[in-house]
Design a protein around this ligand. Sequence first.
Ligand code: ADP
Length: 437
Amino acid sequence: MWSVYLNTFLCILFGFVIYYEWGPGEVVSHYELDTWIAVASSLVFLCALAAILIPKLFNGLQATIEKQQNLQERLEDTNARLNNAQHIGKLGYWSFDMETQELYWSDEVYRIYERDPETFKPSLEAFLEIIKPEGQYIWEKAMEPVMAGEKNLNLQHKIDLENNRIKWIQERAELIRDKNNRPVRLDGTSQDITRLKLLNDQLEQKATELEASNKELEQFAYTASHDLKEPLRMVSSFLERLKKKYDGQLDEKGHMYIHFAVDGARRMTKLIDELLAYSRVGRVTNELEEVDLNELLDEIIKSIAGDSDQANAEIIYDDLPVIKAVPVSMKILFQNLISNGLKYQKNESRPKIAIKSDDLDSHWQFTVIDNGIGIKKEYFEQIFKLFSRLHSDDEYSGTGMGLAICKKIVNQHGGEIWVESEDGNGSEFYFTISKNI
Ligand code: ADP
């Protein structure tokens, strides 16, 4: 607004100057009155024009300056935030210009490489000097497919620092091309992954140790069970002979004792057999094969139908897929789940088992559903542990190994196993098998 006043003031001032300098006496004496009027009216017109335009121009200018300042502030703010984000993520940005061969480092890259921005000037040569000798070799090797446009850069290298320290850095970059498809720039990031690498190394070492100790345990279980079988076979066979030979001479108690001893030996044989089966799952030398689960289920159901105890059981299954798996393991897995479904039933009820399959993206999922006694929620995890049983042998016979074997088989096929159930209302056992093992 004040610019309008300024203009009006300038016009009046201008009028006064003309009046006093070339007042009527002189002007009229030198010029014609018409000319004087023409000059004065032009001046008035120009002043009016200026009075309209100058404020507009001035306002426009002011708005542009304010906008510029705003943009500048926002740019600085964004830069500060970006720098902070880079610092938090220990992830710096760099850029290499193919034409000028200039290398730009963000503040975080300086920090990661522990170089002073005041004294260190980044360049390709200086960078290669820092990472040499192996880093330089790795870098040059990794850059070949990047320059050929085959893939982006993704490599890890280490750098040596003061006081015998080393740092692991992950470099990622992408080649930028112009509209004529000529490479113009390499945009990249450097990330300090020293801690991650250390944790990863420790994890790998632990995994190797764990695998070795698992193998040792499996070997131990295998040898122990194998060696136990021989004396047990001897005990069983001599007990049978004893029973046969002295059958007539034994009283009721003698018969009972022999019965308990024979039964104990039988259960122990079963336990050892299952322990052997469990440790054998770990030593799968068997190749993966295409397994038609419909054929497999047919076979299992036929063998169950031959068992007089289960003759009235109903077992149904959907159209099942052909999957890649170890055939013998699949047989044990389905057999264990189905026989549990048949075994853990209320008295006098007719066992019903249904088997379903679902095609998930990366896995097959199977469900074995029974109408049995069900399982309380608090035992859902426990039952998959070795020797874990919820019933006495008098109620339901077993060794507590069936589900542990199932779990091991499923895990070795890249899957998971779990149960959903309601006490007294049947159970649903779910398991998955990876499609990419
Ligand atoms: P086992 O049957 O030899 O005892 P498992 O490892 O197969 O050993 O099962 C562990 C326990 O889980 C069983 O003792 C039983 O209590 C429970 N269980 C397993 N399957 C079922 C099922 N279908 N219904 C109810 N309980 C089950």
